[in-house]
Design a protein around this ligand. Sequence first.
Ligand SMILES: Cc1cc2nc3c(=O)[nH]c(=O)nc-3n(C[C@H](O)[C@H](O)[C@H](O)COP(=O)(O)O)c2cc1C
Ligand code: SF4
Length: 423
Amino acid sequence: MGRLHALPARPSGSAFAPAHLGPVAVRNRLIRAGTGESMADAAGRIGDDYVALHAALAAGGVGLSFTGHMFVHPRGRYGELQAGIDSDDAIAGLRRVTDAVHHRGGRIFAQIAHAGSQSMMFDSEALAPSQVDNVMTGRHVRAAHDDEIQEVITAFGQAARRAMEAGFDGVHLHGANGYLISQFRSPLTNRRQDDWGGDQQRRDRFPLEVIRAVREQIPTDKGLTMKVGLADLVDQDGGLAVGESVLGVAGFVAAGLDGVEVSSNLMSDYVSASIRGYIAVTRKRALEDLLLHRLHKPPEPEGYFLPFADAVGGAVDTNVIVVGGLRTAETIDAVISARRADFVSMARPFIREPDLALRLADGGQVGAACVSCNICLMHDEHHPLKCWRTPRANLLEHARYRLAGGFAGKGSGRKPSAGGAAD
Ligand SMILES: Cc1cc2nc3c(=O)[nH]c(=O)nc-3n(C[C@H](O)[C@H](O)[C@H](O)COP(=O)(O)O)c2cc1C
Ligand code: SF4
């Protein structure tokens, strides 16, 4: 199927040229994907390190940043170090972030989320569409009542209002990776037979209502995008499939999205589904980074969600954002110039090299230094976000924490297979 929307002709290599994402002008087509910063205090408020991280990304030339997922409601909090946008108290701190980014010529969207039964806050009452054990956390949560669902929709709208008051250029909804929106969209986790479930149209009602509530709060010169899980990637039949999922995406776009970032819906674990290991790691890179067990294995392929991008781009008139294992300037240019996506987003590469956009743009570097070892993922919700391979002392710190049993304690609510380093 051909694209329904006509994009202006772009010369090859224009990933690094200015563009528009909906109404928002950006200096290039590279996006820092939502990556949990793990830098918030007990109330979910952020501090200097969070501001500095986003300032460095903007100074490093990325066109647009998505923040890590921020909870819109206390019951939707994913982890203890996660930032929140659930209260007006969050606005002043987040204003410092947007000011720092704008001062450096960047743009930033607030990623807003509700973790549903994938929440690792075991002391608080989580929320789920139906009473189905969460595949990642094992949590057993009763089905939400209608008024609880309405409360979450309102909370998303209020979070968007706060994002606007804090000066964000737009909002990025988290509708993927197993969180509440994914749980409503999947027939495996949404067993309801009411207005919120029963067939795909009703399973898509919750995200639609969220989009409408959020769009109402966003002026026309600001953006609204969504990370959408195109299909369930779990070892169970009967999950959400790409074909019917794309029909839902068309409805979401009609309700007011400026772009769609494609990813997985339900997942058995992060590493095999959406945060895959050792992308584009050649023998030379394996040697340089002391990945001895990768010396005799071929590099894992780049761009593992490109088929999802093709599916959305072929059927829906919107900006397609592809995430998942994009690593080299050559691949990024090829994806953009072949119009398989309008924007490329990357998470792990920007952890290791916040200035990666500048490095790739001037041709000085052919690809990201990140080897997708996923040690940073292991430390998600344990320590503030950083690359644990460089400087080398970080690897020692990691080894000490691991040997001391750090991952068995606080914050490791997910099943052991869910967050570990790639192997
Ligand atoms: C440490 C870590 C934290 C992440 N946090 C988020 C998040 O807050 N929101 C989100 O949408 N995705 C999150 N992701 C997933 C990334 O956005 C991205 O989809 C995934 O890492 C694949 O892209 P990459 O190959 O460029 O890293 C996270 C990934 C990592 C490694
Ligand atoms: S620890 Fe560093 S090299 Fe490993 S995946 Fe994270 S950013 Fe990349």
